[in-house]
Write a protein that binds this ligand. Sequence first.
Ligand code: C5P
Length: 243
Amino acid sequence: MARRKMIYEGKAKILYEGPEPGTIVQYFKDDATAFNNQKKATLEGKGVLNNRISEFIMIGLMRAGIPTHFIRRLNMREQLVRQVEIIPLEVICRNVAAGSLCTRLGIEEGTALPRSIIEYCYKKDELGDPLVTEDHITAFNWASPQDLDDIIALTVRINDFLTGMFAAVGIQLVDFKLEFGRLYEGDMMRIVLADEISPDSCRLWDIETQEKMDKDRFRRDLGNVTEAYTEVARRLGVIKESG
Ligand code: C5P
């Protein structure tokens, strides 16, 4: 097959020009990075698992009426998505205290939050993706007030959907990161969910054992990273039961 033109290479994904105008091929690599690229490794099979898990979640969200960039999975490592104008924000939604929230506010990991909390980081590798406020976002015009309202409404709906979906298979959704884009169709523009949702971008704990089933296994050298991702995929029914 003729190699397509590469548009962008990220830490865990490569984007290629799609077969039709307005489409992009999203390729999932096995590379894992943490702490703003200071820690790197290749985890064999991670890309295949994330492609399947993200596909499953995007299809579920679309059935629940959430607009996304997803069109279809092409093969083991690639999916076809709509080209969107990415909003330069990482939108983080938290249900339980973990990660940078604990470090920043001195809250013990695992503490249930009084309500779900949404945070925003400005996507800028050179700056280490700093935390920003809604005022920064609208003042610097990264998103309009209307865009931001849409992003918040979608994030709340996605959190409800994902929390229930994971709870049904014995997994607690601790927190997750979303990215959104502007999809232009004629004169119309709407905000859609972009990027991926996978154990790379979520914290997932086994409800019974509290065992971590996400990228924290890599960040904290807990081992069995792909085994944990495989278990998430198995529970969601994305891959067949293995012996
Ligand atoms: O590190 P922190 O606690 O802020 O991360 C919150 C959530 O966002 C975690 O689920 C983490 O995996 C995700 N995240 C991400 N990409 C980043 C930063 C955080 O997927 N660059």
